[in-house]
Design a protein around this ligand. Structure first.
Ligand code: PLP
Length: 381
């Protein structure tokens, strides 16, 4: 389906494939060899993987040999979160707003959560307190939250973690390609990336190290990825990820400014059209592409369907698990009531979003909010 007929405003769920990624993937599909083979065909496939590794490394200022390709951001998070990674870190601290793939704790038996403020920013005092209260910890904090877009103070957290002898893992899945994201500047020890959030294919991810560090492999077998992740590499997906990372890096400043301009206009329009609108994380530093808002009395699940009928793709701040819509754990951690959290709608833009998309959203919102609020007030009367 073409995104031009509709307004696709759910880029935090996944980004459309960049043309450069598509071209690289189509070409790589014809590479016959196994990257582990020594003959010419194998060397050609190896060359494709290593070129992609260089581009992914460059996106975050890392050394190519420190990039471990995985099948998703989720897998990269799982690979990072193991008590055996590096061998010294026996307990896990994660922020209360992490993606479920981090909150589940990976291969740690238990997880300790670090609080966030009402603005959706990690509480550094709580982190310091928890670090001081036990043995050296592996700490996982995201760079940008997928629901609110709020950026986390990674450098300050890194200082606290390192002073306490800990190791810092940063899930940069939503930040990479949208804001500068340099592993050395952030002082992150490990960093997770996902191909499909930067305009590469779904099913490709990477765990990036700042310095040599022995990971505890999740997938064992052959010696691929320097023994850190076994299995014949998905050459085409890796090629697409590499090409997308290259394009994202080359266009970062322009794309970021473009998204921010549109997002700011979208928010101004929303505020003007909607008395009582609540915008989450708006007082914090956020990604340039994300808006999460709520309106008392609105049901997000129904709003999303209505938006879809108006040819607008957005998502709710609520996660659906076992068929039951749960209020977002992110908003809960920020102290938002379950009722208000159930009305949260997320709009996320990308580099090819247009003024037309924003206008379509604005018109749809007037219809959606008008109809649904009338209905819910009618029912309450
Ligand atoms: N981390 C964050 C912050 C995410 O938003 C996502 C996906 O939505 C992931 C990790 C998981 O990435 P993947 O879809 O590649 O498994």
């Amino acid at each position: 389906m073409s995104t031009t007929e509709r307004a696709y405003l759910d880029w935090n769920a996944t980004a459309p494939l960049r043309p450069q990624a598509r071209a690289a993937m189509v070409e790589a599909l014809d590479a016959v060899g196994n990257p582990s083979s020594v003959h010419a065909e194998g060397r050609e496939a190896r060359g494709i993987v290593e070129a992609a590794r260089e581009r992914v490394a460059a996106l975050v200022g890392a050394e190519p040999r420190h990039v471990v390709f995985t099948a998703s951001g989720t897998e990269a998070n799982m690979l990072a979160l193991s008590p055996q990674t590096g061998g010294r870190w026996q307990r896990l601290l994660v922020s209360a707003i992490e993606h479920p793939s981090v909150r589940s704790g990976g291969r740690f038996p238990t997880v300790e959560e670090v609080a966030v403020t009402a603005a959706g920013v990690i509480d550094l005092d709580d982190l310091a307190k928890r670090l001081a209260a036990g043995p050296q910890a592996l700490v996982s904090i995201m760079l940008a939250n997928n629901e609110t877009g709020v950026l986390q103070p990674i450098k300050e957290a890194a200082r606290l973690v390192h002073e306490a002898g800990g190791l810092l893992h940063v899930d940069a899945v939503q930040a990479a390609g949208r804001i500068p994201c340099d592993i050395n500047a952030l002082e992150a020890d490990l960093l997770t990336l996902s191909g499909h959030k930067v305009g590469g294919p779904k099913g490709a991810g990477a765990l990036v190290k700042r310095a040599p560090l022995d990971l505890h492999p999740l997938v064992t077998g052959g010696g691929q990825e320097r023994g850190q992740r076994a299995g014949t590499e998905n050459v085409a997906a890796i090629a697409g990820f590499g090409a997308a990372a290259g394009a994202a890096k080359a266009n970062l400043a322009a794309e970021s400014a473009h998204m921010q301009g549109l997002r700011d206009r979208l928010e101004a329009g929303l505020r003007a059209a909607t008395p009582g609108l609540i915008m989450f994380g708006a007082d914090a530093v956020r990604l340039p592409n994300t808006t999460l808002f709520a309106l008392d009395g609105l049901k997000a699940e129904t709003a999303i369907i209505r938006f879809d009928l108006e040819e607008v793709a957005v998502s709710s701040g609520a996660a659906c698990s076992s068929g039951k819509v749960q209020p977002s754990h992110v908003l809960k951690a920020m102290g938002v009531s379950p009722a208000l959290a159930r009305s949260a709608v997320r709009v996320s833009l990308g580099p090819t979003s247009t003024e037309g998309d924003i206008e379509r959203f604005r018109t749809a919102w007037i219809t959606v909010s008008g109809t649904l609020l009338e209905k819910s007030r009618g029912m309450a009367a």
